[in-house]
Design a protein around this ligand. Structure first.
Ligand SMILES: C[S@@+](CC[C@H](N)C(=O)[O-])C[C@H]1O[C@@H](n2cnc3c(N)ncnc32)[C@H](O)[C@@H]1O
Length: 247
């Protein structure tokens, strides 16, 4: 299903920020490779683009199909080269970059092989890295207790980590590996419920509306009952990366 990111763009940053638990590992990869020409795929409103540029000054490009999401990114910085486009038909020449990355955009891609092929084409030598989530994380997510279709919805669209690795290898990347990263536990409290009620991740937009409304109502009631919710949320993000070597 396609999402209307143009419509979501104005309020996207109210509930989503960059620099998730994967961030230090991603930054470490960039630093280790001393990459100069860097491209972010599916950059959205540029939350990670801006963070990376501040922590690792480089020739940073941001590709994003949604005009309105990209507009938000453009307004934040003139130092980043923003371009509207699709990651499975990259509007760049071969060997144009030393490092490619994308955060939480893989599950919007149906042709993973085409994406990896394009990444391989536009990389000179260097690394490609994607942030996504694992099947285990989806299956064990605490919100399954309030939204019975939560796992079903996300398992249908997030590619298994093994599949991401295999597709990277088929495209020609070597030393493909992944790392699960974790944020500190946070309480399921009013501010978390507010994010859920605002559908801060697209999962909630894909739930049947009646299930979504009932889940939010129950969650609000449980949060308001002292001692009712004993579980916390530990955000997990999986970074998958591989290398293209010199020709
Ligand atoms: C969940 S948002 C993540 C945005 C940003 N990377 C972040 O972490 O905040 C998913 C993004 O992927 C983008 N996207 C969807 N399909 C894409 C495609 N074919 N090529 C590039 N980006 C795509 C969407 O427009 C959206 O901005």
């Amino acid at each position: 299903m396609g999402f209307d990111f143009d419509r979501m763009a104005p309020s996207y940053d109210e509930h989503r920020q960059g620099k998730g638990p994967y961030y230090e590992t991603l930054l470490g990869l960039l630093q280790a490779q001393q990459a100069n020409r860097v491209l972010e795929l599916g950059a959205g409103t540029g939350n990670n683009t801006l963070a990376i540029h501040a922590d690792y000054p480089c020739a940073l490009h941001a590709l994003e199909p949604s005009r309105a999401m990209l507009q938000q990114a453009r307004q934040k910085s003139k130092a980043i080269c923003c371009l509207q486009g699709d990651a499975i038909a990259l509007p760049y020449q071969a060997d144009a970059f030393d490092f490619l990355y994308g955060t939480y955009m893989l599950h919007h891609i149906t042709a993973l092989d085409a994406l990896m092929g394009e990444c391989y084409r536009v990389l000179n030598k260097g690394s490609v890295a994607f942030v996504t989530v694992s099947e285990d994380f989806i299956q064990n997510h605490p919100m399954n207790a309030w939204f019975p279709s939560f796992a079903k919805v996300d398992l249908a669209r997030f590619q298994p980590i093994d599949e991401v690795c295999a597709t990277m290898e088929q495209a020609g990347f070597g030393s493909v590996q992944f790392k699960h990263t974790y944020s500190p536990p946070r309480a399921i409290d009013e501010s978390y419920v507010n994010k859920v009620a605002n559908k801060f991740i697209t999962t909630y937009a894909l739930l049947p509306e009646a299930e979504f409304k009932a889940g939010v109502a129950q969650l609000k009631e449980d949060v308001a009952t002292p001692g009712k919710i004993k579980t916390t949320i530990v955000r997990e993000a999986t970074l998958v990366w591989g290398y293209k070597s010199a020709k």
